[in-house]
Write a protein that binds this ligand. Sequence first.
Ligand SMILES: Cc1cc2nc3c(=O)[nH]c(=O)nc-3n(C[C@H](O)[C@H](O)[C@H](O)COP(=O)(O)OP(=O)(O)OC[C@H]3O[C@@H](n4cnc5c(N)ncnc54)[C@H](O)[C@@H]3O)c2cc1C
Length: 381
Amino acid sequence: MYPQLEEVHGLVRKTAKDFVERRVEPNARRIDQGWYPRELLREMGELGLLAPHAPPEYGGAGLDFRSMVIVVEEVAKASPALATITEVQGSMIVYNLMHYAGQELREKWLQPVARGEKIIAFALSEPCCGSDAFSLETKAERRGGSWVINGTKLWITSGIYADAFLVAARTGPPEEKHKTVTLFLVEKKKCVETTPVTVMGVRGTGTAEVKFHDCEVGEEAVVGGVNGGFKVVLDDLNNGRTCVGAIGLGIAQGAIKEAESYAKRRVAFGTAIINFQVIQQYIASVKAHIEAVRGVVYTAAYYRDKGSDLFPLYAQVAKYLGSRLAVDATRTAMQIMGGFGYSTDSKVEMLYRDAKATEIYEGANEVVLNTLFKLAEKYEA
Ligand SMILES: Cc1cc2nc3c(=O)[nH]c(=O)nc-3n(C[C@H](O)[C@H](O)[C@H](O)COP(=O)(O)OP(=O)(O)OC[C@H]3O[C@@H](n4cnc5c(N)ncnc54)[C@H](O)[C@@H]3O)c2cc1C
């Protein structure tokens, strides 16, 4: 048992592992080929795996953020794409609505979202601005008692399939940057135009460009208060970044397991290649890094559950080290597997492509390091 975890987390892992073996592994390639796993999200919702941290009245399992992280890790071992959708929907969107939405939105959306019956996408990034998100150009203007939203979002996970979007929009002078950004819940209607974006990895996540043409919403659609978007986004990104660390942790385990099993079967120069010390050292080195990153990811989630002010620091460390681990481990795993690892028949080939996304989404690693640099200064031992 890891010191950050409790008995209940063992049960969550067991349920998640069982679901992954039964439903995710057999469908992982299908997802990679572009199938959006809506029915798997629904099944995860039924099992309480989609938003385990949400209270039962909101459709969750009434557990905690560590449970969320464990589910994401287990799913990522088989399908980083499903893990990505899960963390956006289950962690970021559910957390956001629980903490920042008004009663009307909470009552309408939380249950179906936590149960995987409805999908909400998180729409922050734009063609102009990803890292510099608070330079965003999407506008929301007051007209009568409504808000009217116009603008274009890019790279939106679940964008093609979402029933609604949590949209960050400018609600004041652009010079005021983060002080004039508001979040709105916008339902998919005729005014929303979605176009698929082809990506190298995490395929099947419905990545999209999403355009809003004069989309009208009421005051109740505001999440986190007018001009309150910055705080909500930062708060939520820390959850997201911890989950990306967990995705990296899962990818690394999935890849090295595959490579180790291959190395036991593959014979060269009259012996299984696992008998070459260099192969053993490749595997041992990845396993050492897995254990180190595991400690960081679980500690971040533990700090989140305990309300520690160390959480933001650990969330950045989890994202940075978890994503680096994913890329390094999949590269090593592919090397161990030689030509077969490079073929599209190998699972490691998919994981290698998926891993790269973790260094980019939820804040590119350079931007994560900028935040980390500032936070780390505060906490020097
Ligand atoms: C598969 C995928 C899914 C995604 N899902 C979503 C989603 O659901 N919702 C959403 O809103 N967004 C999503 N994104 C967008 C993602 O968050 C952005 O791609 C990311 O924030 C980087 O922004 P950018 O692509 O505009 O790169 P840019 O901001 O143009 O950055 C380009 C390069 O410049 C570097 N750079 C920029 N500024 C600095 C700086 N100050 N210091 C040092 N280096 C810097 C970056 O680190 C990067 O290396 C997704 C992206 C991908 C690839």
